[in-house]
Design a protein around this ligand. Structure first.
Ligand code: ZN
Length: 291
């Protein structure tokens, strides 16, 4: 999923340590008391993290994200911690299946405080907010659902080839991910600004009126472009290329269907009644995307 082990010549060791644990190239410091979970607890609160040893899985993930691909400034450390936390999700999926992995990463959201941005100030040796772990993992999970499983897997493999044993910035990694997906154009730069450089969680406003499904993002960076899947019972899901401007999608108005934003997106959803929608006066004008 993430490519060959990056320190083959050095080998791989677990070294017993008096503290909980720490990533070190080819020798993970281990002090999780030989139990599953994080000192016997599950950070996700779902029980999914109790079937594997957190320190072994997490610190080993750092061999790829942190030790092989290393950020120049610790302000960008989400690249180490967020993507490594996502390797826990991948591990959970391999061990317990897709549903379990989704529960694990969604459960981690309870640990996100959104008090200050994930990326810290540059040049002053200061990490960003501790949200870099669960919020970074949830960002990666959402990206996976935007670009699809096979592209996501290919992207992680190529990331580890391209940046093998290299020092990087978050901006370089973001640019790489956006460009990797250039053919579909579904992953926009604004998504990284939204989740790494602000503390706002975008709110999807949506409603149906006169045969049209309207969507837009609020509580977000200007020009946010974040595609989102709306699921509906017994019907095909709808992929909305939602932006911070109103977008319109032809939609049968007859029965008010129960649409629900897909749970794999770390967002808030605000369904609007016909009246609320009318008050917001969405209209098809220049630049309104029609799907
Ligand atoms: Zn870590």
């Amino acid at each position: 999923m993430v490519g060959p082990y990056p320190f083959y010549e050095d080998g791989y060791k677990l070294a017993e340590a008096p503290h909980l644990g720490m990533e070190h190239q080819s020798a993970v410091a281990y002090g999780n008391k030989y139990q599953n979970g994080y000192l016997g607890m599950d950070l996700s609160g779902t029980g999914r993290g109790l079937l594997w040893d957190f320190i072994i899985v997490h610190e080993s993930g750092h061999e790829w994200f942190g030790n092989s691909i290393t950020t120049a400034d610790i302000a960008d450390m989400w690249v180490h911690e967020g993507i490594t936390q996502y390797t826990e999700v991948i591990y959970t999926e391999c061990q317990q299946g897709k549903e379990a992995a989704e529960e694990y990463v969604i459960g981690l959201r309870d640990k996100i405080g959104n008090r200050s941005p994930v990326i810290g100030p540059y040049g002053v040796n200061q990490e960003g907010n501790g949200d870099m772990y669960p919020k970074g993992a949830n960002l990666m999970h959402m990206i996976r659902h935007i670009i699809g499983d096979s592209t996501f897997k290919a992207m992680l493999l190529e990331m580890n080839r391209r940046f093998y044993h290299k020092v990087v910035t978050s901006a370089e990694i973001e640019e790489f991910m956006v460009n990797f997906n250039v053919r579909t154009g579904l992953l926009d730069r604004s998504v990284f600004d939204q989740y790494l450089r602000t503390t706002q969680i975008p709110v999807l406003e949506w409603g149906i009126r006169k045969g049209t499904l309207w969507t837009r993002w609020t509580n977000c960076v200007p020009d946010l472009m974040l595609p989102v899947i709306l699921n509906q019972k017994g019907e095909f899901p709808v992929l909305m290329l939602a932006t911070s401007n109103w977008g319109a999608f032809p939609y049968a108005d007859k029965k008010q269907p129960r649409l629900e934003a897909d749970r794999n997106w770390y967002i808030e959803s605000k369904p609007l009644s016909k009246r609320e929608l009318r008050r917001r006066k969405p209209h098809i004008g220049r630049g309104t995307p029609l799907f």
